[in-house]
Design a protein around this ligand. Structure first.
Ligand code: FAD
Length: 266
């Protein structure tokens, strides 16, 4: 779509140059998909040439501008077990060829849709977001980055630089469940379970307006996990849009939480 209110396109945007009417541009798959009546300038983050993926002993650093295709193709060191989960999350996009190759991990977090699969992935793997802006740097847990439907914690002028996934979260077993109203629909429910020695970590996304996480012991019963989910998700947090009714999302969340409890207990 032509953004005919935009009058400037800024390559290599500098620090502190933020004005009202500015928008960061990453892959542009959302920005160019609907009218942006308040936007006057696009500041192109992809011209900053951040390395897409940096694997270190302490974990994986994903640049905000890393594309879904680049992340899908990543191969980790021996002993890291998360490649299948990363691919499952990439495949959770309702993605055309264009979205697959242009959409970025950071753009997905900053779009802050409940169905953002990169939000699900980075929250489930204990990610930390590095946020930069005119007043310096700060870090926020990926699970806390999205605070509501289309709402995140960035202040005007701040941008998401990268997401760090700690090595400790990349070696456990994982379990993944996703459902949508139709075969190629947007995710209505996306749950990821992960083992942490004798503990379990469960991340609930898509069904809720922002990520919800619970932990339970490896010997927890079905009733204990069900109670923990119901306690963690207040009724008004179940997401409600054309991709699924809250009651259906809640039912599937409880069903999948139990399936994940059983799978990780094996
Ligand atoms: C057909 C179609 C299907 C889609 N399916 C899905 C889906 O299944 N799930 C889903 O979640 N989304 C979906 N989307 C929405 C969108 O494509 C994705 O959210 C995508 O990941 C956005 O990434 P991008 O790099 O293209 O972001 P852009 O479109 O470039 O930017 C998105 C928003 O984030 C801001 N932004 C981008 N990067 C940064 C940064 N580093 N720091 C600060 N702000 C930033 C931009 O200013 C803008 O407000 C779909 C879109 C279309 C058109």
């Amino acid at each position: 779509m032509d953004l005919n209110r935009v009058s400037a396109f800024v390559c290599d945007p500098g620090l502190g140059d933020w004005r009202e009417g500015d928008a960061w541009l990453a892959g542009g798959t959302w920005l160019f998909s609907e009218p942006q009546s308040g936007t006057r300038r696009l500041l192109d983050l992809t011209t900053l040439d951040w390395p897409a993926l940096v694997t270190r002993d302490d974990g994986l650093e994903i640049a905000a501008t890393c594309t879904i295709a680049e992340l899908y193709g990543w191969r980790g060191p021996a002993g890291w077990t998360v490649e299948p989960l990363i691919r499952q999350c990439c495949e959770s996009f309702l993605a055309s060829f264009k979205i697959w190759n242009e959409a970025t991990v950071g753009g997905n977090l900053c779009n802050a849709l409940p169905a953002g699969p990169m939000i699900s992935l980075t929250a489930a793997l204990d990610g930390t977001c590095l946020i930069q802006g005119p007043s310096g740097e700060r870090q926020v847990k990926a699970a806390d980055f999205v605070v509501g439907d289309n709402q995140h914690v960035l202040e005007p002028g701040e941008w998401l630089r990268s997401i760090h996934l700690p090595a400790t979260a990349l070696t456990g077993r994982t379990a993944f469940r996703r459902q949508s109203l139709n075969t190629y629909g947007r995710s209505a429910v996306l749950l990821i379970g992960r083992t942490m020695d004798d503990r379990r970590h469960l991340s609930i996304t898509a069904a809720v307006k922002h990520p919800v996480q619970i932990e339970f012991s490896g010997s927890a019963s079905a009733g204990e996990v069900r109670d923990a989910v119901l306690e963690a998700v207040p009724e008004n947090l179940w997401h409600d849009d054309v991709h699924g009714l809250p009651a259906w999302r809640k039912h599937l969340t409880l069903t999948y939480a139990e399936e994940i409890r059983q799978e990780l207990a094996q």
